[in-house]
Design a protein around this ligand. Structure first.
Ligand SMILES: *Cc1c(COP(=O)(O)O)cnc(C)c1O
Length: 395
């Protein structure tokens, strides 16, 4: 075994701008470290103005934003929610936790997003919602999903954890569903360690969203002077993050253009400089339809086989590059099996999960480090010829 290089290039490294430290100090000086302080308001305004949406509410995580969305659906036992089998646990768990029955749909082999044709075949009289995840921030086929939603009266709830600043046909991701959930976990483009937001596009849901975020009380209406005391009016929990985290988040939002420019530059360089190697080795690279603009959230490789994926990850590690795989098929997880998951149900998900790995991509990745990553990748030779299957992308 080759010896690991002394300085490993990590998969991710969270960026903390200097202004984040002074805003954090300011939050302490403000003596407002609970939720909904001045920095939280600044973040709310920023999202509402930048994305042109009626309401944004910070949450402690994307997971919690999804849970708020699930509560707003008022799910009843037996209500079905269509989710991709290739996603993070929270996309599904939030709905299961609040009474939904998950129905797993497969993904498209090109964008690795919800396969709209598969979704159409899964709709029943019990279906209440579809939860698109824009993988890597490349949009799902929203026209097709919106059409299904209108025809069958289904809510669309976007898990937009990857997709902040992505666009579909010129329109921001996170503005298509009645609700959308964002993540500011430290692995995301914009981060504050742990954090999230619920974007509310259907104004009819805004008041109740505020209530269930505030422990089931009409506290927000009270602070706006709309009621003269506040009290328990609905179910709810406690979702606002500390204003200290909102301060860190606001510092990042102010730098969003810089962060996004640098990430896009890194992403585009991978795409250009790995193209020949990928074609030779029958390795799949991200595919971006012409009507989609993506926010450079992640850059992945789809190796010819599971064996190759492991060999590649070992090769990268030996060269001081950390490459990590991604989601395991949720329908085949112990929980997924309890909801009727079975092998072969989502074949593209099953293949991609075995073969995909991601490259280092973060704001502070230097050009020299990226050169090292690219040299490491292009010195890898696939062991096995690509199987002839749904994922073969050779022309
Ligand atoms: C990161 C992520 C989440 C969870 O985000 P948290 O803020 O950590 O709760 C949910 N869905 C997807 C697709 C994610 O990538």
């Amino acid at each position: 075994m080759a010896k690991a290089a002394s300085q490993t290039i990590p998969f991710n490294s969270p960026y903390l701008p200097e202004s984040g430290i002074s805003y954090l100090r300011q939050a302490v000086v403000n003596k407002h470290l609970s939720g909904d302080g001045p920095f939280t308001s600044k973040c709310h305004d920023w999202f509402e103005q930048t994305l042109g949406i009626p309401r944004a509410l910070l949450a402690t995580s994307c997971t919690h934003a999804l849970e708020m969305a699930a509560l707003l659906l008022n799910l009843e036992p037996g209500d079905e929610v269509i989710v991709p089998a290739f996603t993070f646990v929270s996309t599904v768990n939030a709905f299961v936790l609040h009474g939904g029955t998950p129905v797993f749909a497969d993904i498209r082999p090109d964008t690795l997003n919800l396969d709209e044709a598969h979704v159409a075949g899964l709709i029943t009289p019990r279906t209440r919602a579809i939860v698109p995840v824009h993988y890597g921030g490349v949009a799902c086929e929203m026209n097709a999903l919106l059409e299904l939603s209108a025809r069958h009266d289904l809510a669309i709830i976007e898990d937009n954890a990857h997709g902040l600043f992505g666009k579909y046909a010129g329109r921001w991701l996170g503005t298509f569903g009645c609700l959308a959930a964002q993540s500011f976990h430290e692995t995301k483009n914009i981060s504050c360690g742990e954090g999230g937001a619920l974007l509310i596009n259907d104004t009819a849901l805004a008041e109740r969203a505020e209530i269930l975020r505030a422990k089931g009380t009409n506290r927000n209406a009270f602070f706006r002077g709309q009621v003269d005391k506040y009290t328990w009016v609905d179910v709810g929990s406690s979702y606002p993050p500390s204003d200290a985290l909102a301060a860190l988040l606001y510092a990042q939002l102010e730098q969003a253009d810089r962060i996004q420019k640098r990430r896009s530059k890194i992403w585009n360089r991978y795409a250009v400089e790995l193209a020949d190697w990928a074609a030779e080795q029958q390795v799949g690279l991200p595919s971006v339809p012409p009507h989609c603009e993506h926010p450079a959230h992640l850059f992945y490789l789809i190796l010819p086989s599971l064996h190759d994926r492991q060999a590649f990850i070992d090769h990268a590690r030996a060269s001081g590059v950390c490459s990590v795989f991604h989601y395991q098929p949720l329908h085949l997880s112990p929980m997924g099996l309890r909801w009727g998951g079975r092998p072969g149900q989502c074949p593209v998900t099953e293949q991609v999960s075995d073969r995909l790995t991601r490259l280092p991509l973060y704001f502070e990745l230097t050009d020299d480090e990226q050169t090292q990553v690219i040299r490491t990748v292009t010195s890898y030779r696939a062991c096995q010829p690509a199987p002839r299957d749904a994922l073969s992308r050779a022309a």
